[in-house]
Design a protein around this ligand. Structure first.
Ligand code: ZN
Ligand code: ZN
Length: 382
């Protein structure tokens, strides 16, 4: 499967299936780097006719009899991972690990041991639920997943509370930031940029964004980060060493994932193995982050990975790094995130570089993949 296989079709409108459902009219939905992994076939188990999209906000148009906290007419945002709100994991604030929302756990169990929760529009292994690049979407367990949007928060801002902000915010939280800490972030797309901004809000003294695209580095700079263009720097490690008085960043956040671009022989080795399907990931950013981190520091892994070799376990062990990782816990952080957005401290709107109708979405994916016209995020309006 590739971007050329994407097409816009008329599909049946979703209906209430479970008493805890809600139906949303999608007002805005966006592309995400991990959608490209799905489209490229690195996340298997997509099927002909599946509806993509897991980042969205909209208006509730119908609710099932057990849905009590949201009403038709409510303007809401829904985290990409669906929680049931009542299992052992949801109780602990670990929404993406929910035991109940993924209706096809058998597809994940052989690989993971225990399945994750569901994400709509993100393959059958993640539940096979229809995604948000559509006029309407069904949201199971609506009470646990639909979050009301205050009037002063725009549709555009709320949209990013479904995935990019919570993933970045969680990454910053994983860094257990002490006042004045230095946090370096690999990858300045949506998630990386939100991690940089969140780290500052949590008290970091300085944050450093690492990427090679000028438009992304400019966005990082505008959010208050120092930047390193790795394509124009001999050694990112050296540069970070200089910035931190020789000690290295206190925390390193990897927000690139399995399609990392890099330089040098390691990158070529990764590319070749990935092309031969010997492993699914290229991990150059992850290894660099582990090397750059100060001894005893934190390595937060937010990029999406499948199977990777040369995982820098020796580096992690020898330097006593704390490794934290997860597929976002938006429900846990929604209250403080919404407050930061409402008061203007966390504003994701500069991420939107392109806006298209849903009819033009295949072209939007192409632009997003090729970074055409400085594309960071494309927003679709159904
Ligand atoms: Zn996403
Ligand atoms: Zn649950």
């Amino acid at each position: 499967m590739g971007i050329g296989d994407l097409e816009v079709r008329t599909v049946p409108d979703p209906r209430i299936v479970q008493p805890h459902d809600a139906i949303l009219r999608v007002r805005l939905t966006t592309t995400c780097g991990s959608d490209l992994h799905v489209v490229a076939g690195y996340v298997p188990t997509m099927r002909e006719g599946d509806v993509l999209g897991h980042e969205y906000m909209g208006e509730v148009v119908e609710v099932g009899p057990e849905t009590t906290r949201v009403r038709p007419g409510d303007r809401v945002v829904v985290p990409s991972f669906l929680a049931c709100g009542r299992c052992w994991y949801c109780d602990d604030g670990l929404a993406s690990l929910c035991d109940n929302t993924n209706p096809k756990p058998e597809l994940q169990e052989p690989l993971l041991g225990y399945p994750t929760g569901a994400i709509p529009g993100y393959s059958h292994a993640f539940g096979g639920l229809a995604g948000s690049h559509a006029e309407y979407i069904r949201v199971p367990h609506a009470d646990a997943n639909c979050f009301g949007i205050p009037e002063s928060v725009t549709d555009e801002q709320a949209l990013f509370l479904s995935d990019a902000i919570p993933t970045g915010y969680m990454g910053a939280d994983f860094c257990s930031i002490h006042p004045g800490d230095t946090v370096a972030v690999w990858g300045c797309r949506g998630v990386g940029l939100m991690a940089l901004r969140s780290a500052l809000l949590m008290g970091a003294g300085r944050v450093v964004g690492i990427d090679r695209f000028p438009e992304r580095l400019a966005l990082a700079g505008a959010l208050g980060a120092e930047t390193i263009d790795y394509s124009r720097t001999d050694s990112v490690l050296e540069r970070l060493r200089e910035l931190t008085g020789g000690r290295g960043p206190d925390a390193c956040v990897e927000a690139v994932g399995m399609e990392a671009h890099g330089t040098g022989p390691q990158y070529l080795y990764d590319r070749l193995k990935q092309a031969l399907r010997l492993h699914t990931d290229r991990g150059s950013a992850l290894r660099e982050a582990a090397l750059a981190c100060r001894k005893g520091g934190t390595l937060a892994i937010l990029g999406v990975y499948g199977v990777i070799d040369k995982f820098p376990l020796g580096v992690i062990l020898s330097k006593g790094l704390i490794v934290r990782s997860a597929l976002q816990y938006a429900q846990r952080y929604m209250e403080p995130m919404m407050e930061h957005v409402r008061e203007g401290a966390l504003d994701p709107t500069p991420l939107i570089t392109h806006r298209l109708s849903l009819e033009d979405s295949p072209r939007g994916y192409e632009m997003f993949k090729r970074k055409e016209g400085g594309c960071v995020r494309v927003v679709f309006e159904p």
